[in-house]
Write a protein that binds this ligand. Structure first.
Ligand code: ME8
Length: 518
């Protein structure tokens, strides 16, 4: 038996200190669309998301709210999980870094680095930004001793830290990036990382003293220190892969053979803000323990409002669940994925949201309701016995364009190709004029062909649109008399003759937005 290809996809794990917003939703939906596309295309998929729950930032937010850190994490993990469920995210695993299994893997990972002589201790003197959870040197700081990234005041710290010999892996990392041109996509991010690696790479502080941060994973070789939250967080990808079994008595711990697990991950997905941690810290840490590095990194752009990045700290976030309440889940998914060209930035505006919604309702929604209504009116709701091959060339071209765009992560192009097919089908109706064919007794077989073609194109559209608007395509498949949404392989060959179609509510009903139209 041939084995199905396997794909392991990850999103970042989001900080449990704030609510999910449209930016988090975008990454997670992008991951979901890719996961659904690969499942459709026949792969076995592990799609991972979760929450990042340790560190000073969480500790301080919990203190501010007067609760224990774990209470805050329990609350926020639930918020993220239910937001993702409401947005139809088909994650296979939701990881929390406070899970026992993960804590044990972090400790095994650090012990392994320690045993291999990859860690030493030293005193760190410098500046720390709690919000970004990172150190800065004097020359990095903005005016008035502020963080160059988030512009908040930084703290001066002088403390014992453990360091990972990251500098020793600089050359190997540069070689890896140069020899694997697609390891970091898009190119602009690859060049940025290579530029960063032109300067000598320092060693990486991997611990914080408990006197400052008590909310973290205790180091296996020093009880007075916890793991640096970024090291803890990155290891989540390994925990969920099932590669490391810290409880195994033989001490192998899975570091020497990962063949039974999902490691290495096929794709780490993230925003461009956290490319360095994923493209420099993480692969060098993996080299340090002797594990293969992840296969690919995709860093997308930012959702901005006006000219500013959408972020909780700037107070300009858009709530995906509020949009969902008004327009439905699939409208939010479609807007986010259709509007942003993967890799670039995109600006959120209510006007563009409406334009994208109308595209769904006027092109795809109208096509479905017209075609189903005509099969009802002219053939009693049963797809007539005809070849239905009138749009085959267009269907095949759309499948090819969508598949090629998806494999290059040009998701917006794949969706545009799907919408173009729906547009062509509307054009086909205008051209064939089934209402005139119905009036002409000699045109019965032509009308059969028109209606069968429309049924076939709707089946194909279900498969093409499913990754992005899964709930609506499931409704449409049911209206077409199918048991389930067809996959990309069967969509062209599914027998359509004799299908019983039923008229349903419009897929994308007219919505009067709560905001004023310009
Ligand atoms: O960085 N536009 O978590 P985080 C697009 N816990 N994407 C955005 C966005 C925006 N305006 N704002 C956020 C962390 N994102 C760490 C990650 S992973 C081992 C640890 C998305 O809650 C984008 O994916 O700050 C970004 O990389 C991520 O949320 C940051 O989420």
């Amino acid at each position: 038996m041939t084995q199905r290809p396997r794909r392991y996809l990850t999103t970042p794990i989001y900080y449990a200190s704030g609510e999910p917003h449209l930016g988090h939703a975008y990454t997670t939906i992008l991951g979901d669309v890719l996961a659904r596309f690969h499942r459709q295309d026949g792969s076995e998929v592990l799609f991972l998301t979760g929450t990042d729950e340790h560190g000073q930032k969480i500790q301080e937010e919990a203190a501010r709210r007067g609760v224990e850190p774990i209470e805050l994490c329990d609350l926020m993990a639930e918020r993220f999980k239910s937001a993702w469920q409401e947005l139809e995210i088909s994650f296979d695993r939701f990881i929390r870094t406070t899970e026992q299994e993960h804590v044990a893997v972090v400790q095994a990972f650090l012990q392994r680095l320690w045993d291999r002589g990859e860690i030493y201790d030293d005193v760190y003197r410098g500046w720390y930004c709690v919000h970004e959870e990172r150190y800065w040197t004097e020359k990095d700081l903005g005016e008035g001793n502020t963080c160059p990234d988030c512009h908040r005041p930084v703290q001066h710290v002088e403390e014992k830290n453990y360091f990972f010999r990251m500098s020793a892996y600089q050359d190997r990392l540069v070689r890896h990036i140069e020899e694997n041109p697609d390891w970091i996509v898009p190119d602009i991010r690859r060049n940025e990382v290579l530029g960063f690696l032109q300067k000598p790479l320092g060693d990486l502080s991997i611990s914080r003293p408990k006197t400052r941060v008590r909310w973290g994973v205790t180091l296996p070789f020093d009880q007075d220190h916890v793991a640096y939250v970024w090291v803890d967080a990155l290891i989540n990808y390994l925990t969920a892969s099932g590669a490391i079994h810290p409880e195994r008595a033989d001490g192998e711990r899975g570091f020497d053979d990962v063949s039974e697990s999902w490691w290495p991950a096929d794709l780490h997905l993230m925003g461009k803000d956290i490319i360095t941690t994923h493209a420099v810290y993480w692969p060098t840490l993996l080299m340090g323990v002797g594990l293969p590095v992840q296969r690919q990194i995709l860093a997308h752009g930012w959702w901005v409002v006006g000219d500013t990045k959408m972020s909780k700290s700037l107070g300009n976030v858009v709530d995906p669940l509020a949009l969902r309440a008004e327009f439905g889940t699939d409208a939010v998914r479609w807007y986010l994925l259709r509007e942003m060209s993967t890799g670039g930035d995109a600006s959120y505006t209510p006007e563009r949201f409406l334009v994208r919604y109308e595209e769904l309702s006027k092109i795809l929604g109208n096509l479905a309701s017209r075609a189903i209504a005509m099969i009802g009116k002219y053939r009693g709701g049963v797809v007539p016995d005809a070849r239905g091959r009138g749009l085959d060339t267009e269907i095949e071209a759309a499948f090819e364009a969508a598949r090629s765009a998806m494999t290059r992560y040009r998701v917006h192009e794949a969706l545009a190709a799907a919408m173009d097919l729906a547009r062509s089908a509307n054009g086909y109706i205008e051209e064939r004029q089934p209402w005139s064919q119905a009036k002409d007794d000699t045109a019965a077989s032509q009308l059969d062909e028109t209606l069968a073609t429309l049924a076939r194109v709707l089946v194909a559209l279900c498969a093409l649109f499913e990754p992005v608007v899964p709930a609506k395509m499931s409704e449409l498949s049911k209206s077409l008399g199918l048991d389930a949404v067809p996959n990309l392989h069967e969509a062209l060959s599914i027998p359509i003759v004799g299908l019983h179609v039923t008229k349903d509510e419009p897929l994308f009903p007219k919505v009067e937005p709560s905001w004023e139209r310009p």
